[in-house]
Design a protein around this ligand. Structure first.
Ligand code: 5CU
Ligand code: ZN
Length: 379
């Protein structure tokens, strides 16, 4: 509770009016919009601190540490997770980070693994609490923050009700979803009603990994291969299944923002097209070839590679790619945990550099205009 009071006090200090919020995210502004930026909201932190299993917060020598990834506590190199400071839960730290990195607006989403570990009434009530907390955090941010809601995915009926409820929260502009949905993937029937409700409300889905694919190959490599390979392969499998099972055909107007610059899909899509074409039963049940589904999606610009961005643009065009940072993950390496907030973040700078390499109108669209279209007030 102390944490919540502290955060509310800081919010009051940074607050201006609600109409300022609407103005900042209007066509009149010119600053960067970060569509991939997370927080562990104060009430979520309280949930994690009470848990004894992953995801949880452990305290080692007075330092809070976050243990969230599957199997993270099995390996010596990752057993105590990573240090967690105010950059994860404090809205004032988020605003300072945005100021330092030339970001005008952040569309904040809860970080993984969201409510994947809660079922029944607990999932439903914590989702409401989190989404209301996010709404009021955004309201009081002086127009700097918008939010993507978290859904009680393991309680599908409550998830549908929550989609209808959050549509009335003016600062909530989308939902973040992990790849498993209710446990069986986003192509499964048990999430169909939830996805239809999201589609009906016109809310974009931000599709984000957490569990990894191929984890049996990642021992002795710390977090590196899990995050570099396991995360994107998880996203790739999820989207590929949504395409090839025909789930996408049943959701023609669903807006999907794919994390991490589309993961491995931009590189593998030619092969997916070819493999589908050669499997006539699969090709026959789809309305389009896989590439065409990809062209209907949206992507963040977190690839850390100019050639990768150029390739993505060549594949899907420059109107569906958006600036993102993944803050507060990937803090400055080697900097003590209690100092990361006062440092420039090389991971964020790298994203800016790749966009600077693209330059001109392309950069402008990716930095702001495209996000404005997807998440703007009339959507
Ligand atoms: O570093 C990490 O573990 C993560 C994570 O958990 N989620 C994310 O979006 N990026 C990095
Ligand atoms: Zn992320």
């Amino acid at each position: 509770m102390r944490l919540r009071r502290l955060s509310q006090a800081l919010l009051r200090r940074t607050s201006t009016s609600r109409s300022a919020g609407a103005r900042a995210f209007s066509t009149g502004g010119s600053g960067a919009i970060d569509v991939h930026t997370h927080m562990y909201l104060p009430s979520y932190m309280e949930v994690l601190k009470k848990r004894t299993e992953i995801p949880r917060v452990v305290t080692v020598e007075g330092q809070d540490r976050l243990v969230i990834l599957p199997g993270e506590d099995d390996e010596v190199t990752t057993a105590t997770g990573r240090p967690i400071g105010r950059e994860y839960w404090d809205v004032k730290a988020k605003l300072e980070y945005m100021d330092m990195h030339n970001i005008e607006t952040s569309i904040v989403s809860l970080a993984n693994p969201w409510l994947d570990f809660l079922t029944g009434d607990a999932a439903a009530s914590v989702a409401q609490e989190l989404n209301d907390e996010l709404q009021s955090m955004c309201e009081q941010s002086g127009g700097r923050l918008l939010g993507m809601a978290t859904l009680p995915v393991r309680n599908p009926e409550a998830a549908v009700r929550e989609v209808e409820r959050i549509k009335k929260l003016s600062f909530i502009r989308g939902v973040i979803l992990g790849t498993p949905g209710a446990g069986d993937g986003l192509d499964h029937d048990n999430v169909r009603d939830m996805l239809v409700a999201i589609e009906d409300q016109g809310l974009p889905i931000f599709l984000h990994p957490h569990y990894g694919v191929g984890n049996e190959h990642f021992h002795d490599t710390g977090h590196a291969l899990f995050l570099a390979l396991g995360f994107p392969m998880e996203t790739t499998v999820c989207v590929s299944r949504m395409i090839t099972t025909g789930a996408m055909d049943k959701l023609p107007n669903l807006k999907i923002l794919v994390a991490h610059a589309g993961a491995a899909l931009p590189s593998l899509i030619g092969r997916l097209d070819s493999c589908v074409e050669h499997d006539i039963a699969i090709a026959d049940r789809l309305l389009m070839k896989p590439t065409d589904y990809l062209k209907k999606m949206h992507f963040d610009a977190i690839s850390y590679s100019t050639p990768a961005m150029q390739h993505l643009i060549e594949l899907v065009g420059e109107d569906c790619i958006m600036f993102g940072t993944d803050n507060p993950f990937f803090p400055p390496a080697g900097v003590p945990a209690d100092e990361v907030c006062s440092h420039e973040w090389p991971s964020t700078k790298k994203v800016w550099t790749t966009l600077g390499d693209l330059g001109g109108e392309t950069q402008k669209k990716i930095v702001r205009d495209n996000a404005l279209r997807l998440f703007g007030p009339n959507k």
